[in-house]
Design a protein around this ligand. Structure first.
Ligand code: HEC
Length: 167
């Protein structure tokens, strides 16, 4: 960071630019807004390839299965299983950020709010996995589901009124 600034300031001085312009140069060099994002897929493929499979990992990690013998409680058991769920939660949460990229966002209003809900829910699931808390993980899974459903209800109305894909 520092050497970079120094170099730019020296460059400014050498070019005879005012300090102010040199500072403006530094400002530009750190602005994230114009980062050269190059999306390789649209929203639909983001759902299929990134979001849906990772959400499934979170949803499948804590559940109760009712069998003839009674109720079987499922939750991550080993270190590896907890880490796998944590990683899936990170993908879900960060994918919320990717949905807000300029070319994916359908507007700057509710679309952003649902995307932020996904970020927050993914983060909650990540923290629950890190603290090995099955109840919190289950609750975060519910929050993730609400974010999917909310956005789909508003932006993905299908002919049959089904807003969640078959699972
Ligand atoms: C910010 C809005 C938004 C959020 C949040 C969101 N989706 Fe979507 N999703 C969409 C839109 C829009 C489509 C329709 C895309 C299209 O057909 O072009 C879609 C479509 C899908 C599809 C169908 C893809 C296909 O091949 O037709 C699946 C599966 C899906 N979403 C799963 C999820 C899951 C699971 C979550 C939550 C973990 C989620 N989505 C969260 C907006 C969202």
């Amino acid at each position: 960071m520092l050497p970079h600034h120094t170099k730019l300031t020296q460059l400014g001085a050498r070019l005879g630019l005012s300090t102010l312009m040199a500072l403006a140069l530094i400002g530009c060099s750190t602005a994230a807004d114009d980062a050269p994002f190059r999306e390789i897929v649209g929203t639909k493929m983001m759902m299929t390839a990134v979001i849906d499979p990772s959400a499934d990992v979170v949803w499948d990690s804590v559940k109760s299965i009712i069998t003839a013998e009674g109720i079987e409680e499922i939750q991550p058991q080993s270190q590896e299983e907890w880490i796998a769920v944590r990683n899936a939660a990170v993908i879900v949460g960060e994918a919320g950020n990717l949905l807000m990229l300029e070319r994916r966002a359908k507007d700057q209003g509710d679309w952003i709010l649902w995307s932020l809900d996904l970020v927050d829910a993914g983060k909650a699931a990540m923290l629950a996995a890190e603290t090995r808390d099955p109840q919190a993980l289950f609750a975060a899974g519910g929050e993730i589901y609400e974010a999917c459903l909310g956005c789909h209800e508003q932006y993905w109305i299908q002919g049959d009124g089904n807003v969640m894909p078959e699972r």
